[in-house]
Design a protein around this ligand. Structure first.
Ligand SMILES: [Zn+2]
Length: 406
C-alpha cells in the first residue's frame, strides 16, 4: 500500500478487510452494523461486483465475509436496479457469505452456486429463500442461524453439503430437494417444522444428535445410502409415512415422542408392504427400525401399534436369519467353511422357517384380521382352540356313533 494513503485513511478494523473505514467509525460501509446508508452501501457493492470502482475495492472472488446487508439480498440474472433489495448475481462462483448478517433476509431462488460456497456462521434475520437453487460444488452452512423460515424446496445439492450445528428458529422446508452428495445435519436444531417430504438422499444422510422440536416430516423421503439418526431427539412427532430406506439406518439412542406411519399403520393383517407404512430393503436395518418404533409407540401410549412394531421386528429377525442361512448355504456349496448354523442340517432349517411362516399366517395374520392388540390376539387363539376342542368332542355324537375306540 502507498505510504501517503496509510497516513490519512484509516482501514477497516475487520480482520482481513482493506477497505477504508467510514468517517467516525473503525469499520467500512460493508462491516458496519445497521442502521446504515442503504444507497451508499448499494453503490459500493455495485462497484465491487461489477468492477466499476477503484481496483482496490473490487471483489472478484465474491468474498462477503462478515458483511452486514441492511436490506433484502436478491439474486438476479441481470444487474437491474432492485427497488428496495440489494442485487447480487444469480450465478455465484466461490461465494463466501461466512459470518454475514442478512438483516432483512435473502432471496436466492433459482440461484446457481458454483465452486465452494460458504454460509458458515451466517445469520438470516428475515426469510431465506433457496427454492430451486442449485449448488454445483460443496456447500457449507456450518453453525448458521435462520431466524425466520428457511425455504430450500426442490434445491439441488450436487456435492456434499454441511448443515451441521445450524439453528433453524422457524420452519425449515427441504421438500422435494435432492442431495447427491453427503448431507450433514449433525447437531442441527429445528425449533419448528422440519419438512423433508419427498426429499431424496442419494448418499449418506447424517442426523446424529439433531434436535427436532417440532414435527419432523420425512414422508415419502428416500434414503439410498446410510442414514444416521443416532442420539437424535425427535421432540414432537416424526413422520416416516411411505419413506424408503434402501441402505443402513442407525436409530441407536434416538428418541421420539410420537411416530406417524399412517392412521391404521403399522398393522399385522394383510400381505404387502402397505401394512408397514414404511419400506426397508435390508431386514436387519428394518429390525432396528421396528425396535425404535416399538419404543416410540409405547412412549406415546399406542399399545396396539407397539405390539405390531414388535411383530415386525421379529419377522425381520427371521428374514435376516434366513438371508444369513442362504448366504451360508451358498458358500457351503462353493466349499467355503461356514460358521453360522453349522450344527443343524439344511433340511431342518428350511423346515423351521416354513413352520414359522405357517404359524405366523394362522396365529397372527388370520386371527388379527379384526384387531391387533395382544388381548384380542389371545382371545382369538382361545376361540380357535376351544372351537377345535368342541368340534372334536361333538363329532362322534353328530355322526351318531361312538368314539373311535378300536
Ligand atoms: Zn471492512
Amino acid at each position: 500500500m502507498p505510504a501517503h494513503a496509510s497516513e490519512q485513511v484509516e482501514q477497516c478494523s475487520y480482520k482481513g478487510c482493506c477497505i477504508e473505514a467510514e468517517p467516525g467509525s473503525k469499520l467500512c460501509i460493508f462491516h458496519q452494523p445497521c442502521p446504515k446508508d442503504l444507497r451508499r452501501f448499494k453503490e459500493a457493492l455495485s462497484d465491487q461486483i461489477d468492477g466499476a470502482g477503484a481496483r482496490r475495492s473490487r471483489n472478484a472472488r465474491l468474498s462477503f465475509r462478515g458483511y452486514v446487508f441492511p436490506a433484502e439480498v436478491v439474486a438476479r440474472s441481470c444487474s437491474g436496479e432492485s427497488s428496495s433489495g440489494i442485487t447480487v448475481p444469480r450465478l455465484l462462483s466461490h461465494a463466501d457469505f461466512g459470518d454475514v448478517r442478512f438483516a432483512m433476509g435473502a432471496d436466492f431462488t433459482r440461484a446457481r452456486f458454483s465452486g465452494m460456497t460458504r454460509f458458515d456462521g451466517a445469520s438470516f434475520d428475515g426469510r431465506a429463500f433457496f427454492a430451486d437453487a442449485r449448488f454445483d460444488s460443496a456447500s457449507s452452512f456450518l453453525n448458521a442461524t435462520f431466524k425466520n423460515t428457511a425455504i430450500f424446496s426442490h434445491a439441488l445439492f450436487v456435492n456434499p453439503c454441511r448443515f451441521a450445528g445450524v439453528w433453524f428458529e422457524d420452519g425449515a422446508l427441504f421438500q422435494g430437494s435432492h442431495f447427491f452428495g453427503q448431507a450433514d445435519f449433525d447437531r442441527a436444531s429445528f425449533a419448528r417444522l422440519a419438512h423433508f417430504g419427498m426429499t431424496r438422499f442419494h448418499r449418506v444422510a447424517r442426523f446424529q444428535e439433531t434436535r427436532f422440536k417440532g414435527v419432523a416430516d420425512f414422508s415419502g423421503a428416500e434414503f439410498k445410502d446410510f442414514v444416521d439418526f443416532s442420539e437424535s431427539i425427535l421432540g414432537a412427532c416424526v413422520v416416516f409415512l411411505d419413506a424408503r430406506f434402501l441402505g443402513l439406518a442407525d436409530f441407536g439412542g434416538a428418541r421420539a415422542r410420537r411416530l406417524d406411519l399412517g392412521a391404521d399403520r403399522p398393522r399385522v393383517r394383510g400381505w404387502s408392504q402397505q401394512r408397514c407404512g414404511v419400506y426397508h430393503r435390508l431386514p436387519f436395518e428394518a429390525k432396528r427400525f421396528w425396535q425404535f418404533a416399538a419404543k416410540t409407540f409405547a412412549t406415546s401410549g399406542e399399545g396396539a401399534k407397539a405390539d405390531t412394531a414388535f411383530y415386525f421386528e421379529r419377522i425381520n429377525q427371521w428374514k435376516h436369519l434366513r438371508a444369513v442361512e442362504q448366504r451360508e448355504a451358498a458358500s457351503e456349496r462353493r466349499g467355503i467353511p461356514v460358521r453360522f448354523f453349522r450344527a443343524s442340517p439344511l433340511a431342518l432349517r428350511k423346515g423351521g422357517f416354513s413352520l414359522l411362516w405357517v404359524l405366523d399366517v394362522f396365529f397372527l395374520r388370520w386371527t388379527t384380521a379384526y384387531g391387533m392388540s395382544i388381548a384380542r390376539l389371545f382371545a382369538a387363539w382361545l376361540v380357535v382352540l376351544a372351537g377345535f376342542g368342541i368340534t372334536y368332542a361333538l363329532a362322534p355324537w353328530m355322526a351318531g356313533r361312538p368314539t373311535a375306540a378300536t
